[in-house]
Every structure is written in structure tokens, then in C-alpha cells.
Design a protein. Sequence first.
Length: 74
Amino acid sequence: MIVLNDLYVEEDYRNKGVGKMLIDEVKRYCQKYKYKGIQLETGKDNLAGNHLYSKEGFTPIEYNFYFWSNPTLD
């Protein structure tokens, strides 16, 4: 499986298909090298990203993410 981290498009290039082109390239790579799929994470408030990923065939999955903060560093 490919884990896609930090798909970011500079503000000047947004709404021009750049995000879709990047995702399409990762999909081709996934198919070429026979990876099972692509996993990514985005915030619930990232409306544009969530819309794009759904439109590109990604299915939302539910997980609980946890973080432990080291109290000795506060």
C-alpha cells in the first residue's frame, strides 16, 4: 500500500487541476508497481481536499487517531 502524505498545492496553482494530476500520477505508479491501494489522511474541515478525494474514487475510512504529549517537555 502507498501512504500519501502531504499532498499540497501552492495557492497560486489551486483550482487548476494540479491536485488531480498529482493523484492521477500516484494512481498510475500504484498500478504499475502493483500496490494494493493508496491511503491518505486529511482534516474533516478540508472541504476542497475531501471533495477531490471523493471525486477521485477514495473511500473514507474510520480510525481513531491518538496522540500522547510528553509532559516533561511542556
